[in-house]
Design a protein around this ligand. Structure first.
Ligand code: 9MR
Length: 370
């Protein structure tokens, strides 16, 4: 596992001289992988935006396809798989020697309509099994880790009522991890979710991990999505989350990091909802259309620094930190939960320039982190 290699490598700690590192991947190379996403469907970055690819390959050593491996894009019809977009990202990752994420096999969102129309339980089970088999086989030797199950929990730690739970029963998570393992025993397998800083939900994730382990079913890592804002969750809550999850013995990853700086009329849940349509165009919810104010830029910079100092402190537990996006121009935050807004959650601005927060991360003094 990569984390073990990374940990061995840093047995001589704090040798890195911060000011000399010019890219994120160099800066944190002794601590964890640094990832970004490529957003293929909405913006056709692969075909049209060479500048994004340059940023991703220069500053990052891991990449996640933001949408193209999801069920609705990769398996849009009952008997039809479409791999071309995901394949382009795979080729790009391999050309640039990057760690590639498969995102995601079993998620209730972005699933085509026909899936919920399969009424026969045995048929559904077989179809899901085949989906996993086809996806994992197609990307065998290319994808380094699959997010096998994504967002299976409610905030109270109970299992979310999804089509998978309904059609396959309480042990569907065990089954799908087993199918992924059977198809490729060498690819790493992860559970991924948001709001794990909430103790009840975190307990739910720990329960999933422990129950897989008790049954001898392999799980290698757990992903903390990290769609956060300038204040929440607190550094203490993030730290407790990392420490508690790591105690299960699997690698901890920060999988979808972004820090929204604009107000959101909902508890950050990570999904779009129709009822937010009424807020579209309302300046109250989109206050920085003509630029990010200096004080907000400063707050964002400080927030990223504090978060990364915490990650470095716990680098023995963390194998990867991935940003959900690359530049502010293409972040999902601009469209969710209210469409057409101007948010600033990432480390590259709308003109693809490095933001103050990125330089701040390059300047972190590792010797001061205890
Ligand atoms: O960033 C993705 C966005 O382009 C899609 O429209 C959206 C659909 O739900 O999914 C976004 O990615 C999500 C990820 O796959 C799982 N965690 C929450 C992310 C943000 O919604």
């Amino acid at each position: 596992m990569k984390r073990i290699l990374i940990s061995l490598f840093i047995s001589i700690p704090f040798l890195a001289c911060s000011q000399e590192k010019e890219t994120l991947k160099e800066k944190f190379e002794d601590y964890f992988l640094i990832g970004a996403t490529i957003n293929q469907e909405d913006y056709q970055i692969i075909d049209k935006d060479e500048k994004i690819l340059k940023i991703v390959s220069e500053d990052f050593n891991s990449v996640t396809p933001e949408n193209s491996m999801k069920w609705m894009h990769s398996h849009p019809e009952y008997s039809k798989f479409t791999f071309s977009n995901a394949q382009k990202i795979t080729d790009f990752a391999k050309e640039n020697d990057m760690y590639l994420l498969g995102h995601t096999l079993v998620w209730h969102n972005q699933v085509p309509e026909y899936v919920s129309e399969i009424n026969d339980k045995a048929k559904f089970h077989l179809h899901l099994k085949n989906h996993i088999f086809q996806m994992v086989t197609r990307f065998k030797g290319k994808v380094d880790m699959w997010d096998v199950v994504n967002e299976a929990l409610n905030d109270d730690g109970s299992l979310r009522e999804t089509v998978f739970l309904e059609m396959m029963g309480d042990d569907y998570i065990e089954k799908v991890f087993q199918y992924a393992n059977d198809t490729d025993p060498n690819v790493e397998l992860a559970y991924n979710d948001y709001n794990l800083y909430k103790p009840k939900k975190r307990e739910g994730a720990i329960r999933i991990i422990n129950s897989l382990k008790e049954k001898g079913i392999r799980i290698d890592a757990v992903g903390i999505q990290a769609h956060w804002d300038l204040h929440f969750p607190s550094i203490k809550e993030i730290e407790e989350t990392i420490v508690d999850l790591a105690a299960t013995g699997v690698d901890v990853m920060i999988t979808e990091l972004d820090i929204t700086v604009i107000p959101n009329p909902y508890e950050l849940a990570g999904i779009a909802r129709e009822e937010f349509k009424k807020f579209e165009g309302d300046k109250k919810w989109d206050p920085y259309q003509s630029g990010i104010p200096k004080n907000i830029q400063k707050k964002l910079t400080r927030r990223y620094k504090e978060i990364f100092e915490l990650f470095v402190k716990h680098h023995d537990k963390i194998s990867r930190v991935t940003f959900w996006g690359t530049t502010d121009k293409y972040t999902w935050r601009n469209e969710n939960p209210i469409r057409g807004r101007t948010d600033y959650p990432l480390l590259f601005d709308r003109e693809y320039n490095k933001k103050p927060a990125l330089f701040e991360l390059l300047n972190i003094d590792f010797s001061k982190i205890k």
